[in-house]
Design a protein around this ligand. Structure first.
Ligand code: FAD
Length: 438
């Protein structure tokens, strides 16, 4: 049993949705030549799962957040794919890939062949078992990567109102889920081994603001230690036992301890780097017929001097997808001419409670803070941030509560690697005091 396509997108998440949109815009395929294979439903905007999806009132549900609604583009429902002549092979897991023969084998035993493959398999949530802790299959343990996980989380929250949740991990999944749990009237204790939340991105000063804000909402932080084991009874976790001996009673547990790129199908077949599939600035892998996009792709970033990086950011999924399709359909066009590295500005954002922050570039160098870090008075909107300065130039910028214009000013300062003196003047003219406190 088998089918043959010219273009196959493997994985049906954010990057796949934007790849489909770009194919449709450019019209570079005929009906029946392009397919997307995914074990999930039609591509959707994954960040919604930790935000609108978890709201107690009027939660967001599909089809509302299919791609590409996040970028104010069209809403790509299954009807749209049909109209565009793009085959969706959904609910289907690919279990092996043969890059030399250009074939994929699905769990249902079908062989799908391609001329050009676009790998968009994303990442998976790391499990507690990978850290030697058992209990992940308990009914009240939640991870958050896909719709199934999100539904389990929603059900756990609805049966736990007024109860206790332990959130394991202080990254953005932990922070966004903690905010959702509080909004759903659940008491939250967050546990993580780092000194402060968002340890890889936030400075201690930025982290202090968010931790105080969360504490004012009732969240308890247990830092500098980790969960050693889980106490399970009747298939449910009753408590988390910490390395320092403490016991945290739990009616539910949310785990956000990182992700790993889904590269396994291509191990030994394609070059790998930084835990992902290595691509050039056109998103082409070590096999010329295979491209990789989104969370799974490690690519040279022009802004970082051609350094190869991998980003698990939605904006990166969107842009690398467009880049790959442009390169595939216009091999001698802009994507090819721009040289080796991709002119991508790393960009990540998060929204929790009434807060909203954006980060651009690289948090390399010395952090210089600006704005007012005091807790907001009722109804007030905080506004502050930091710039990372390296060699007198702005390498990265973080801003909480920025207006679209301010966010764009930060992005353009990073993009142009502005001299720090120019940035101080620019921020001053926009009413953001530049408090050089370090
Ligand atoms: P994904 O969107 O993960 O899609 C991969 C798809 O491939 C999945 O559908 C998967 O099931 C499928 N797949 C994998 N292997 C196979 C296989 N063998 N066979 C068939 N199908 C397969 N980023 C931000 O910048 N800001 C945010 O606020 C933010 N919030 C997030 C919240 C959550 C809960 C999560 C999980 C992520 C969030 N992200 C955020 C990250 C962002 O969603 C990802 O960077 C983005 O989804 C990556 O897109 P992708 O297409 O590479 O992978």
């Amino acid at each position: 049993m088998g089918r043959a396509f010219v273009y196959v997108v493997l994985g049906g998440g954010v990057a796949a949705g934007y790849a489909a949109l770009e194919f449709a815009r450019r019209g570079g395929y005929s009906r029946g030549e392009l397919c997307i294979i995914s074990e999930e439903v039609a591509p959707y905007e994954r960040p919604a799962l930790s935000k609108g999806y978890l709201l107690p009132e009027d939660p967001s549900r599909l089809p509302k957040f299919h791609t590409c609604v996040g970028a104010n583009d069209e809403l790509l429902t299954t009807k749209w794919y049909k109209e565009q002549g793009i085959e969706l092979v959904l609910g289907t897991r690919v279990i092996s890939a043969d890059v030399r023969r250009k074939t994929l084998l699905t769990a249902t035993g079908e062989t799908i062949s391609y001329k050009t493959l676009i790998i968009a398999t994303g990442a998976r949530a790391l499990k507690l078992e990978e850290f030697g802790i058992s209990g992940s299959d308990a009914a009240n343990i939640c991870y958050l990567r896909n719709l199934e996980d999100a539904d389990k989380l929603v059900n756990a929250m609805s049966s736990c109102s007024g109860g206790n949740a332990v959130v394991i991990g202080g990254g953005y999944i932990g922070m966004e889920c903690a905010a959702a749990l509080v909004t759903n009237k659940i008491k939250v204790t967050m546990v993580f081994p780092e000194k402060h939340c968002m340890g890889r991105l936030f400075t201690p000063k930025i982290a202090e603001f968010y931790e105080k804000y969360y504490a004012a909402k009732g969240v308890v932080f247990v830092k500098g230690t980790a969960v050693k084991s889980l106490e399970v009874s009747d298939g449910k976790v009753a408590a988390a036992i910490l390395r320092d001996g403490r016991r945290l009673p739990a009616d539910m547990v949310v785990v956000g301890i990182g992700a790993r790129a889904n590269t396994g199908l291509f191990d030994g077949q394609l070059a790998m780097e930084r835990g992902g599939i290595k691509v050039n600035g056109r998103m082409q892998t070590s096999d010329a017929a295979v491209y990789a996009v989104g969370d799974v792709a490690a690519f040279p970033v022009a802004l970082l001097g051609g350094d190869v990086r991998r980003f698990e950011h939605v904006d990166c999924a969107r842009r690398t997808a467009r880049r790959a399709i442009e390169a595939i359909l216009e091999p001698s066009g802009g994507a090819a001419e721009e040289g080796k590295a991709f002119g991508y500005l790393p960009y990540f954002y998060s929204r929790v409670f009434a807060l909203s922050w954006q980060f651009y570039g690289d948090n390399a160098g010395e952090a210089v803070h600006f704005g007012d870090f005091s807790p907001p008075v009722a109804g007030g909107k905080p506004k502050f941030g930091a710039c990372w300065v390296s060699g007198g130039r702005v390498a990265g910028a973080f801003i909480e509560g920025g207006s679209p214009e301010e966010n764009e000013a930060m992005a353009s300062a990073v993009r142009s690697r502005a001299a720090i003196a120019d940035l101080a003047a620019e921020l001053g003219s926009r009413g953001l005091g530049f408090a050089d406190e370090e």
